[in-house]
Write a protein that binds this ligand. Sequence first.
Ligand SMILES: [Zn+2]
Length: 415
Amino acid sequence: MKLNIAISLFFLIIHTSFIIKPIWGFQAHQTINRLAVFTLPPNMMPLYKKEIAYLTEHAVDPDKRRYVSPTESCRHYIDLDRYAYFPHNLLEALALHTQIFIINDKKDTLKLTGYPNVFLHQRDFFLKSKSIKTFFKRDSIAIADTTYRQFVFNHFLKQYQDGTWTIPNEAIEKLFEKERFITKGRFKKVWAKDGLSATGILPYHLIGMQKRLTNAFMQKNKQAVLKLSAEIGHYIADAHVPLHTTRNYDGQLTRQMGVHAFWETRLPELFADKYNFWVGQATYFEKPTDFFWKIVQKSHELVPKLLEIEQEVSKSFPNYKKFVSTTKNGVTLTLQTQEYATLFHEKLDGMVEQQMRDAVLAVGSAWYSAWFEAGQPNLNHLFEKMPMGEPNLDTTAYAKKDKMLGRDEGIIWKE
Ligand SMILES: [Zn+2]
């Protein structure tokens, strides 16, 4: 009996701590989605205004899903400082970052590809590694751009979030067809390993979602339009958080642990009600890839300034005045004091406000652009109930996988 109580208590604590996880604060996500509605043109406004409660409430669904679906977490960030170069297109990113391993006829395990051993030069992909040299007796192997992309499409794109997966021998033989006199019969086992998810896939995921939202408008599928609108709003908001674009996402590499929640949860909670959210009208963008990449790159440029200011503020402020204990949802938390937060907020000189404003406008613009791209369907004539046809959004589909790809965001000080 006692054990049961202890177990229940344990799950209660886990559950409650999930609710208060430091993620742009639930409040900030909901505010951004709600305000984005007012940036829309008159043809879209009636539906979005009518559904404003849904769009607000479901702004946080992707964060709730992080603890159910192991493939969810990596969609919320991208570590732009992990690699020197990120292709803007998912297929190309997978081509460069997925690792291919083989067991050859001598029973050696060789890693044939993976960053930085794959690169694109003009119209060919080049594979260059020690293993390539061992296996082919040549410094590098060139594979035609279209051939490699087709291979990536067939054998990486659908599988990459599986962690590791098998590649059929025939497929790899076909890939190296030009070298068949070397490879014939020598591939004993071939498998691939995901080298991208741990780095985060936020902009790639946004590009995919924008396409799905556009399709939902084309199909006049009300349920899908609303769900995808609410959820893309979440990821766009995340893309405006500088610490969602760096390896040093919680200042853990510079002894600034807790800075993630301080910036994205504590500050908006204390100060967002005074922000000016008149951001103007949503605008149409033609190229989602450019639009979303520009957002994460701009956020990333703010990282050094953000960390520098936090360090400066932290040094200048007496330790005993920094934190206060408070109880929220039945959990005791240690949060930054009003005075300490005010100083950080002032030194940031409007950074949080600007990022939130930009997020509101970007969410409205994404909704508007998808609708426009779909041929501006009449939103009074959407089909009420239609299946989503959207396996990617079904969390139960991932229930069989148990390992989280990616990570949690930052810590919250808790007693
Ligand atoms: Zn998130």
